[in-house]
Design a protein around this ligand. Structure first.
Ligand code: KG4
Ligand code: ZN
Length: 348
């Protein structure tokens, strides 16, 4: 079975084809980063117009890459949300129209489910159940994942998402857009222990996050510093360390909490506990962060479990994760475990 996936929720146009036997056989991405750079952030109107220009050419490109014709495609998956409404409309419109013209089903995919399932595209993939940490530009979520579609949100950000905190902090420091990768690169040159920033909401119970205070703290540090290259790097280091530590503490808590729940007993005193090594899936743009990966992999190793990530190019928005999530959904529909949102496009 071959599924064409279309992603247009923000500033990347992503199109890919997932083959149930061979994996991803076509994958194309067009990033609008340069278009938005001069504005210091995504301009929704420009994003929508650029998706209009790029989506169909990318569909043609991936069909060619995969050596496929439209007759080979079994269903089309598109991102139905969340995202910028005008940008989403382009993918929804193209996806549903192509499905209608090709007489195949159209499947709307939740963008965050796409991120959550992206690690399944790797050779070394997690088994259900697992805890998922989704850290993107729009969301910070801790999710207890028992199976496909069985998601319980354990915690989320009450203000800025982790990626948003990276981007806004980078903007304060004049690092341009998108700031996350630039700030992370600068942090590599920073020194430990020069500045200390708070780990928000870690001193109280619960799994919610708050990152907006950190950018204010950075703004104060930055304005009071000499703004030399070394000071900038030291501030970037302190910021990244604070975000990573905060996420680490919440993930450790989430793993402990769900371990208890899964067994329904105190896991430490239960003999079966050792048979259940914990798994943590980390996905979304910020999961590309090297410092975060190192810290979370260490946490899972210390617990005898494993952390799973998508390959770097599938951490940020892409069509492959939407094609794969669409495939999983379509399989569930065929098995009678799920249904189309609306029977607008009939199956073959
Ligand atoms: O998942 P994504 O592509 O888009 C959304 O769904 O929001 O995530 C983009 C976010 C941006 O905020 C970007 O700055 C951040 O991911 N990001 C990073 C890194 N690479 C991307 N943040 C920190 N370190 C990175 N290496
Ligand atoms: Zn995303």
């Amino acid at each position: 079975m071959k599924i064409l996936g279309i992603e247009t929720s923000c500033d990347e146009t992503g199109v890919a084809i997932y083959d149930s036997e061979r994996g991803i056989i076509g994958d194309a991405l067009y990033s609008q980063v340069e278009l938005h750079a001069e504005y210091g952030g995504v301009v929704p109107e420009l994003a929508s117009r650029d998706h209009v220009r790029k989506t169909i050419p990318l569909v043609k490109e991936v069909l060619k890459q995969a050596n496929c014709t439209k007759e080979d495609i079994d269903a089309i998956a598109y991102t139905k949300g969340p995202g910028l409404i005008g940008a989403l409309f382009v993918g929804v419109g193209v996806g549903r129209s192509l499905a209608y013209a090709w007489d195949i089903p159209a499947i709307g995919v939740h963008h965050m489910e796409g991120h959550l399932l992206a690690p399944m595209l790797e050779d070394d993939k997690p088994d259900f159940p697992f805890v998922a940490l989704l850290v993107s530009g729009g969301h910070t979520l801790l999710v207890d994942v028992q199976g496909l579609g069985q998601y319980e949100i354990l915690g989320e950000s009450i203000d800025d998402a982790a990626g948003e905190a990276f981007d806004k902090t980078a903007k304060i420091m004049g690092l341009g857009y998108p700031g996350g990768p630039a700030l992370a690169a600068l942090a590599e040159k920073g020194r430990a222990g020069i500045y200390k920033l708070p780990r928000p909401m870690t001193d109280r119970p619960g799994l919610d996050f708050s990152f907006s205070g950190l950018k204010t703290a950075v703004a104060n540090l930055y304005n009071d510093s000499d703004q030399s290259e070394q000071s900038m790097a030291d501030i970037a280091y302190a910021f990244q360390e604070a975000v990573v530590d905060t996420i680490f503490i919440k993930c450790r808590r989430a793993l402990e909490q769900t371990g208890h729940k899964r067994l329904g007993v105190d896991r430490k005193s239960h003999p079966a506990f050792s048979a259940l090594p914990p798994s943590l899936v980390v996905a979304g743009g910020v999961s590309a962060n090297v410092a975060l990966r190192a810290k979370l992999s260490g946490l899972l190793e210390s617990k005898g479990g494993k952390a799973y990530y998508p390959r770097p190019k599938f951490c940020t928005d892409n069509g492959a994760m939407i094609a794969y999530a669409g495939y999983c959904r379509y399989q569930a529909i065929l098995e009678g475990k799920d249904q189309f949102e609306e029977p607008a496009v009939r199956a073959k």
